[in-house]
Write a protein that binds this ligand. Structure first.
Ligand code: PPE
Length: 317
């Protein structure tokens, strides 16, 4: 169960967790009209640090633009500062942040254009997404019988609430059949992504991942893996991936904010590689966790220190 924190940010104000309630006839409840983000804040020796805050906020504003939410009303800088402030107010060392912009209460009916837009940001502690052993041992997954949202239906580049009805079908089927997660194929039958993660495979020392055209979310962790592979001198290609290429891969792993870098040890009960975390996934994990935990240099400036802003604002006074 979710453990509440003290405050939630709502349209520029901090409100008590229990007061962050909406009406049943809010547009978002009936029609799924929201865009949101999932962001992790890690504990580092310099205090809590939000991982790739700028890129997450940018994607949220992109999602809003796709859905014509022109009146979301906050700039990137305001949203970034709101998130830093929320982590401070709730005195979190590490947490998961969930900013969400939604079409709120007003008119009923599909047309959302007259409904106000409400923005909330919540944070809470969120542990390991795919189980405690997942990062070290790998997870058992299946190919979903559900297809990922098709091009020009629900836009995959937008992180919208509605997209997650498709993700829920994928996830429920997997869990009910005894798997940790499901991998969806795109409308053309090629590998797309997990219900809440991007996917990578390794063959002959090369890393591959499906392109954005395969109905995937442009994952921030996906981009992180690509940049780390570059740093480590591991060859990387974005390419269409036929399903069976997964079965014969040396390694397969997920990337995502919640899932971080999670190795996959079997797909459809077919063992992947040696049936445990492979060396390339381990190398990428080491870099990733080194950077987010502040034990390796933040050479790409991916960490937004929560305290820093306050110090620099104080300095300006
Ligand atoms: N694909 C999907 C469909 C997805 O939901 C996520 C994140 C990703 C890829 C990876 O994107 P990124 O986090 O930027 O690397 N899924 C979020 C939601 C999880 C949830 O259950 O809620 C997450 O990982 O935070």
């Amino acid at each position: 169960m979710l453990t509440p924190t003290e405050k939630i940010w709502h349209n520029g104000r901090m409100i008590p967790w229990e007061d962050a309630r909406i009406h049943v006839l809010s547009h978002v409840v009936n029609y799924g009209s929201s865009v949101f983000e999932g962001i992790r804040c890690y504990s580092t020796p310099s205090g809590p640090a939000i991982f790739r805050l700028r890129e997450h906020v940018r994607r949220m504003l992109d999602s809003a633009k796709i859905y014509r939410m022109d009146t979301i009303g906050y700039t990137a800088e305001q949203l970034e500062e709101a998130m830093r402030k929320l982590v401070r107010v709730n005195r979190m060392q590490s947490c998961y942040l969930r900013p969400i912009a939604m079409r709120a209460y007003g008119e009923i009916g599909v047309n959302p254009l007259k409904n106000p837009i409400d923005v909330y940001i919540a944070c809470w502690e969120w542990g390991k997404y795919l189980g405690d052993e997942a990062l070290a041992e790998g997870v058992d997954v299946c190919i979903s019988s559900w297809t990922r949202i098709a091009p020009n239906t629900l836009p995959a580049l937008a992180k919208s609430g509605a997209n997650y009805m498709n993700s829920q079908l994928i996830k429920m089927e997997a869990v009910i059949n005894g798997y940790s997660e499901g991998i969806a194929l795109d409308a053309n039958g090629y590998v797309s992504e997990g219900s809440g993660e991007n996917i990578f495979l390794v063959r002959d020392g090369k890393i591959l991942t499906p392109p954005l055209g395969a109905s995937v979310l442009p994952g921030i962790t996906r981009n992180t893996v690509i940049r780390l592979a570059e740093d480590l001198g591991i060859p990387f290609t974005e390419t269409i991936v036929p399903r069976e290429m997964l079965y014969i891969a040396d390694e397969v792993f997920f990337s995502g904010t919640a899932a971080e870098i999670t190795p996959i040890r079997s797909i459809d009960r077919i063992q992947i590689g040696k049936g445990r975390r492979g060396p390339i996934a381990e190398k990428i994990q080491k870099e990733f966790f080194g950077i987010v935990n502040g034990t390796k240099a933040d050479r790409h400036a991916w960490l937004a220190l929560v305290e820093q802003q306050e110090a620099s604002l104080a300095g300006k006074k």
